[in-house]
Write a protein that binds this ligand. Sequence first.
Ligand code: ADP
Ligand code: MG
Length: 224
Amino acid sequence: AEQLKIDTEKLKVIGEIAASVAHEVRNPMTSISGFVQMMNNDPANPYRAYTEIMYTEINRIDLIVSEFLVLSKPNLKKFTDFYIEKSLLDVVSIFETEFSNRSIFCDVQIPKNNAIIRGNEDGMKQVFINLFKNSCEALVKNGIITIVVKFQDERVTIFIRDNGPGMNTETIDNLFEPFYTTKAEGTGLGMLITKKIIVDQGGTITVTSKINHGTETTIILPLV
Ligand code: ADP
Ligand code: MG
């Protein structure tokens, strides 16, 4: 319980800092981005090789700022009652093309239950997006993503498993730390955002992983 309390406090502070930084950075970035785009479009510009790099880097800052904004979203107020199975299946169908492009087989085991949870529906979709994205990025060949949903008592348990390369202990230890990434193009904010959204809804998230065997994320949420 103590650990969870510290985590929640930490997430709250990160959220507050994220909100102010994101808003301060967004406006100047918009104008820089506009001018850089203008320079890119000028065929007489001799520095296009550089302005193109500037544009790529600006987009990267924009991605980080967007993720910061997700982190800073005030919760509770936007809570509604929604069908958790539907949110999950909606995201699975968003990923269908991505799965097939990467030859990933997605095994979905969701019993019909019409279970309702109270929370942030867009947030929960973001959670599934972040987890599927990580699995897709980790899987190389013969990838399988297994999604299992179980209802018991007043809670729903969602397992999202992949048979990817898994994580070493350093990565597991830092998984929820801001900016921890092993990817060249990663932001290292995905799992932190995921955790914040789950904890905000009174849920828990645990990740287990084994090198060469894969990764399993378990989310437990209270039902209405
Ligand atoms: P990012 O995806 O931007 O790197 P995340 O917070 O989503 O940031 O993930 C942090 C790190 O955790 C990743 O860089 C990766 O090393 C590791 N990771 C997350 N999910 C998986 C997974 N399903 N399989 C293997 N490694 C993973
Ligand atoms: Mg990620």
